[in-house]
Write a protein that binds this ligand. Structure first.
Ligand code: URA
Length: 421
């Protein structure tokens, strides 16, 4: 096979054969196909799409580029959750222990933040002592003992995707349904989970800004899961407004702990419970997950998970030294708060990274004092920006992107979290 021939085929809207796909993924993983050739192929797929059989084979080839974990030794049903990414999306933190509290193991392999979306590992690492790098043996052992485990994927899981995702990130080829679906599902299938719930985000803070492509992405991933024996369901949920009242690493851990203590923002609780219900149903468990949030069982599972990974659940979380309030200009009800702008603001304050080798600030981020549907008076703070000592120059950059991001008006639109199933 020749990489150039394969690029030309996709460029000219042709269909790749199974053998061509297997070859190009394997050759790219081995460094035989160069980054510039894979970039061109990714752009051709971005522009011209891929057929269902092509997406299925591409996913299969990425799984085959590494190892596939065997979780049969866990001795419990395993169910994972994956979110396509959003602003203030800390749901994994309360959700994994909540589900584990029902005797279901959650093999949550997570990522780091990039651009305007945060990463679960960055959040958990703000807990003093917390380790996110576990061996496969530690990963499986913790599921057996504690149920919930949230850690980084090992290098040997879908290595083709690891290389390709980094390449897509710098070549403007992330927002493609075939590429996103195969990227996410190759990792989830290789992880070995029995079942999977997908939280597909729709709105300004998500990859998919509109409902129709989000639905197509969800359906594509559900088909890929089914084809590989992973029972998969998808929820389409709102990401036009940030989730909860915080975007930023330690800020989001604090909010998650509030949810685990039976409180926390209504939207975070609603989504956590809705996803837990789907996960428990896939595992064959008939229970109301909201109960375990109010009676302390989810909190117990959280503490056990944090301790198992070397963290101290009672430790103080880092706090940023500097704050700056963004004030309301008029009286009224908050009718819109743009998730993308809040995500970029948190990133500019230091919570996120522009390149994957950058460090992130634990304490930086945005606190939302008034969200959609709430009343505010002129001059009252709507947002509180947090930055580290000596980093007050970041406030200006954050304020700039928040310009026009919040509307205060006359009536309450309300908010629908769960758009579709
Ligand atoms: N998350 C992934 O893992 N891959 C994508 O392509 C997009 C989001």
């Amino acid at each position: 096979f020749s990489a150039v021939e394969i690029i030309r085929t996709k460029r000219d809207r042709g269909v790749l054969s199974d053998d061509q796909i297997d070859w190009v993924i394997d050759a790219y993983t081995r460094g035989v196909v160069a980054d510039e050739q894979m970039s061109a192929l990714a752009m051709a797929i971005f522009l011209n799409g891929a057929t269902d059989p092509e997406i299925a084979r591409w996913t299969q080839a990425m799984i085959a580029s590494g190892e596939r974990l065997d979780l049969s030794g866990v001795g419990m049903p395993t169910v994972d959750k994956h979110s396509t990414g959003g602003v203030g999306d800390k749901i994994t933190l309360p959700l994994a222990p909540l589900v584990a509290a029902h005797g279901v193991a959650v093999p949550q392999l997570s990522g780091r933040g990039l651009g305007h979306t945060g990463g679960t590992l960055d959040k958990l690492e703000t807990i003093p002592g917390f380790r996110t790098a576990l061996s496969n043996e530690e990963f499986i052992d913790q599921m057996r003992r504690v149920g919930a485990v949230v850690c980084a994927a090992s290098e040997s899981l879908a290595p083709a995707d690891r290389r390709l995702y980094a390449l897509r990130d710098v070549t403007g080829t992330v927002e493609s349904i075939p590429l996103i679906a195969s990227s996410i599902m190759s990792k989830k299938i290789a992880e070995g989970t029995d079942a999977l719930v997908l939280d597909v985000k729709v709105g300004s803070g998500a990859f998919m800004k509109e409902l129709a492509p989000a639905r197509e992405l969800a359906e594509t991933m559900v088909r890929l899961g089914a084809a590989h024996g992973v029972r998969t369901v998808a929820l389409l949920t709102d990401m036009s407004t940030p989730l909860g009242r915080t975007a930023g690493n330690a800020l989001e851990v604090r909010e998650s702990v509030e949810v685990l203590a039976g409180g926390g923002p209504a939207d975070v609780v609603e989504l956590t419970v809705a996803l837990a219900r789907e996960m428990l149903a896939l595992a064959g468990v008939d229970a109301d997950p909201a109960k375990a949030l109010s009676d302390g069982r989810a909190m117990d599972a959280w503490r056990a998970m944090v301790e198992a990974q070397g963290g101290d659940p009672d430790a103080e979380l880092p706090v940023a030294a500097e704050t700056d309030d963004v004030l309301a200009e008029a009286d009224g009800v908050v009718t819109r708060m743009d998730a993308y702008a809040v995500g970029v603001a948190a990133w500019r304050l230091g919570a996120g990274r522009a390149r994957k080798e950058d460090a992130v600030s634990a304490g930086a981020g945005v606190e939302i004092l008034r969200t959609v549907g709430e009343t505010v008076r002129a001059g009252e703070p709507i947002l509180r920006l947090h930055a580290d000592a000596g980093e007050t120059a970041r406030f200006g950059a954050a304020r700039q992107v928040l310009e026009g991001a919040v509307d205060v008006g006359g009536d309450t639109p309300g908010r629908t979290m769960l758009i579709d199933r």
